[in-house]
Ligand binder design. Structure first.
Ligand SMILES: NC(=O)c1ccc[n+]([C@@H]2O[C@H](COP(=O)([O-])OP(=O)(O)OC[C@H]3O[C@@H](n4cnc5c(N)ncnc54)[C@H](OP(=O)(O)O)[C@@H]3O)[C@@H](O)[C@H]2O)c1
Length: 218
């Protein structure tokens, strides 16, 4: 069982991932930026850790990561502005990677974005910036020497999902329920042999267990 440090514990993916990890016997510490989020996190079994990823340094994160074997980054600025996108989606993972390297934490799971997200859309400069920041974080993680899985979901939907996905190195673009992304993350965390992989995911027909077994066989 792992000690998991989750950044984005209160988010659409994160809050669905929490009970799955706890059900599987993991300990979860969840970063949260508002003091009143601590008690609800505690109530679902998460050890709350107060901090804003925009303000935390790699040194701060290094202290917070002590004792964790796995970290998940599923935070995001969610279109709240250029500088917040830089600080959260871009610099956030970079600081986490630096901290993980220093603590010797081995596995990092990063929720990134499907490269096709902007196709057939009239994208704004802000959206292009978001895509650049996400890509920069992916590049840094692949070059970090850490074990990682970079997950690239299609367009996120608010549903819990049915636990069935299409997952692979290159798949057609589509929607995906946030709950299905959480289910896939939980299964991947319990399958450490799937590592140093970039995985695209949409809703699909395959139960997440089978999807991860198929990735493992490859
Ligand atoms: N939208 C899409 O279609 C799409 C597609 C592919 C990938 N993604 C990526 O998927 C990831 C997760 O999506 P989601 O829907 O779960 O996101 P979400 O519901 O917007 O949740 C974002 C999480 O990040 C936290 N957060 C935001 N700013 C923070 C800060 N400064 N310090 C600490 N935590 C902070 C939020 O905390 P609070 O609860 O305090 O706000 C929340 O827990 C993001 O990285 C996003 O870029 C999105």
């Amino acid at each position: 069982m792992s000690d998991i440090f989750l950044i984005g514990a209160t988010g659409g993916i994160g809050h669905r991932l929490v009970p799955m990890l706890i059900e599987r016997g993991h300990s979860v510490t969840g970063l949260h930026r508002k003091p009143d989020q601590a008690e609800p996190l505690r109530q679902v079994g998460v050890m709350p850790a107060l901090g804003d990823i925009m303000e935390l340094s790699a040194d701060d994160l290094e202290m917070m990561l002590q004792g964790s074997d796995v970290t998940v980054f599923s935070a995001g600025a969610a279109g709240s502005g250029w500088d917040r996108t830089t600080a959260i989606d871009g610099q956030g993972p970079l600081k986490l990677i630096e901290a993980a390297r220093r603590t010797g934490l081995k596995r990092v799971y990063l929720v990134s974005v499907f490269p096709d997200a902007g196709r057939r859309r009239d994208t704004s400069d802000g959206f292009e910036h978001y895509m650049e920041q996400k890509k920069m974080a992916d590049v840094a993680l692949t070059e970090s020497g850490l074990d990682y899985v970079i997950l690239r979901p299609g367009t996120l939907q608010h549903e819990d999902g049915d636990g069935r996905v299409k997952a692979g190195h290159a798949i057609p673009y589509g929607n995906v329920a946030r709950g299905n992304v959480a289910s896939l993350l939980a299964e991947l965390i319990d399958t450490p042999s799937v590592r140093r992989e970039i995985i695209e995911v949409t809703d699909g027909d395959m139960p997440v267990e089978d999807a991860v077994k198929a990735l493992e066989r490859r």
